[in-house]
Design a protein around this ligand. Structure first.
Ligand code: SF4
Ligand code: SF4
Ligand code: FES
Length: 535
């Protein structure tokens, strides 16, 4: 049997000689626990000594071997070559957003400049004399910034940052991690001023898509524990959230939802209990629609209910549910969320007391909030959590026997857009892709790299609409480059971001043959009939 080999395709570029880069192919013998860096070292020592890349510790400590592997950034010394990676050629590129010095070596200077902009050192009160006693720090007090201090300044997060793809002045995730680290240092007196400085440098330009966090080799929870925490400090200081966010927050506080009521909400279109099929249900659930679907995308609500009916799932649609609270958490206004947690928990716990313990969400943002923020908040507020949260798609795959018998042929060739909040909930892209493949006739193009952002989250569409539009347009262009004219997604926020840019193009007289399709509407239509009626 032939010895196993690892195949590499490495970007080669020498700015002294080449106008543009090209890929060279190499192979290296496989052995157990081989890393990408080991394979590169084999190539350098045995095949091509001209190949350039950085390394030092080989132990995920120094951060110097960061590069993009199959279009995702990470440490080459920490990336083991698995059977899955070996099944295809491993493509290696230098980190994005940097000038290439040679091959996989980049000039990290802009990254260090960003870090320096947030003043990464202790700022003390100079009026107070320096004494040995005064400079002592309680080790426990330092533990609050431990996670941020784990950063090895490798640049992987900066390379994969979605915003930096379209706006090079953005401070980037590592600078935010660094700012929070020093803001949390008990010796530092500049806590709030640090958050204010971060606002100036773009703290609120991040749509919290978490791409940086997936790249981070030190598992730093950049989104919730750095970006959103620094936003909380900014709110404490009184300079945040931004005026556009205050309008959203005000809408939630006064109307119970992030968008105002302009048409009959879905919760008033359907009865509280829906069972429009013969026989016993295979499951009974509570459906939380979320503000956007309830108030703006009632057709999606109808589609979801139809899917559940076609699968003999009885539905409770709570009348008095309010916003999931995501807008508060995303912009740092955590202090306002308690009534929303209390209200929604009371409703869900009441259903649970009657034996209906499964709560399904149809919006990716609600799901991520209920799954990640609510358990923490419930503990903090001393509220029990007697129910389980699922996304509708997840429930269709994991909890019920899916009716594929009645799915009709649907001729559609598109690309799935994987919403960042679905990914943040730990739900695999494969769940939704496999579900779509159950519909005869659906053809899906592969996304070059999942994790591209629609630009709509984290309050960005409200405060920085042109940035949000740039990201949405880029995502559409990525689909077009793959030869498809349809994006299919299961997040109403993503749908609205994409629709917004398409409308703008149309208004400007630009013809763009592109469609945004809601995942649930497509699935419901594939059943060919709707069993439910509005009331
Ligand atoms: S969440 Fe996305 S946009 Fe925000 S810093 Fe991380 S990668 Fe950049
Ligand atoms: S936050 Fe993580 S990915 Fe970013 S520089 Fe630090 S260690 Fe690297
Ligand atoms: S060589 Fe030091 S982190 Fe990889």
């Amino acid at each position: 049997m032939a010895a196993k080999e690892v195949r590499l395709s490495v970007l080669r570029f020498d700015p002294q000689r080449d106008e543009r880069g090209h890929y060279d192919s190499y192979s290296a013998p496989f052995r157990q626990n081989l890393t990408v860096l080991d394979a590169l070292n084999y190539v350098k020592e045995e095949v091509d000594p001209t190949l350039s890349f950085r390394q030092a510790c080989r132990a995920a400590i120094c951060g110097s071997c960061a590069m993009r592997m199959n279009k995702r950034s990470g440490l080459a010394c920490r990336t083991r070559i698995t059977d899955e990676l070996m099944s295809d050629v491993i493509v290696l590129d230098p980190l994005s957003h940097f000038k290439v010095i040679r091959d996989l070596v980049v000039d990290l200077e802009p990254f260090y400049e960003r870090m320096n902009q947030v003043e990464p050192w202790v700022i003390r009160d100079n009026a107070v004399a320096v004494t040995e006693e005064g400079m002592k720090v309680d080790p426990e007090a330092l533990m609050v910034s431990k996670e941020m201090r784990d950063c090895i300044t490798c640049g992987a997060c900066y390379s994969d940052c979605n915003v930096l793809d379209v706006e090079s002045t953005f401070l980037g995730p590592q600078a935010i991690v660094s700012a929070l680290r020093w803001a949390k240092d008990p010796r530092d007196v500049n806590r709030v001023a640090r958050a204010d400085l971060a606002i100036e440098l773009g703290l609120y330009k991040c749509p919290v898509d978490q791409e940086c966090e997936f790249a981070c080799p030190k598992d730093i929870r950049i989104r919730r524990e750095a970006i959103e925490r620094l936003r909380e400090i900014a709110v404490e200081g009184g300079h945040a959230p931004l005026p556009e966010h205050k309008r959203l927050i005000n809408s939630v506080l006064t109307t119970g939802g992030v968008v105002c009521v302009t048409s009959k909400p879905a919760t008033e279109m359907f009865p509280e209990y829906i069972k429009d099929f013969e026989g016993e249900p295979q499951a009974t659930i509570v459906l939380f629609l979320g503000c956007i679907i309830n108030r703006r995308k009632q057709s999606v609500a109808k589609a979801i209910i139809n899917i559940l009916q076609m699968n003999r799932v009885a539905v409770y649609l709570p009348r008095k549910a309010m916003c999931c609270g995501s807008p508060f958490m995303r912009v740092g206004q955590r202090s306002s969320i308690k009534p929303f947690v209390e209200n929604n928990f009371r409703i869900f716990n009441d259903y649970a007391a009657k034996g209906v313990t499964d709560v399904l969400t149809s919006c990716s943002g609600c799901n991520s909030t209920f799954r990640h923020d609510f358990p923490v908040l419930a503990k903090e507020f001393g509220i029990p959590m007697d129910f389980k949260v699922y996304d509708v798609g997840e429930y269709m795959v994991d909890k019920i026997e899916l009716n594929t018998r009645d799915l009709n042929e649907t001729k559609i060739k598109g690309m799935y857009h994987y919403p960042c909040h679905i990914r943040a909930s730990g739900l695999a892209e494969k769940i939704y892709i496999d579900l779509m493949h159950r519909i005869p006739g659906v053809e899906l193009a592969k996304v070059p790299r999942s994790g591209y952002c629609c630009g709509g989250g984290g309050g960005v569409r409200a405060a920085f609409p042109s940035l949000s539009d740039k990201l949405a347009l880029r995502r559409i262009e990525i689909a077009q480059e793959s030869g498809v004219d349809t994006l299919i997604t299961n997040c109403p926020f993503c749908v609205m971001s994409f629709e917004r840019v398409l409308e703008q193009k149309e208004k400007a007289g630009e013809r763009i043959d592109f469609r945004i399709v809601d995942f649930y509407e497509m699935f419901s239509e594939a059943y060919g009939k709707s069993t439910i009626c509005d009331i």
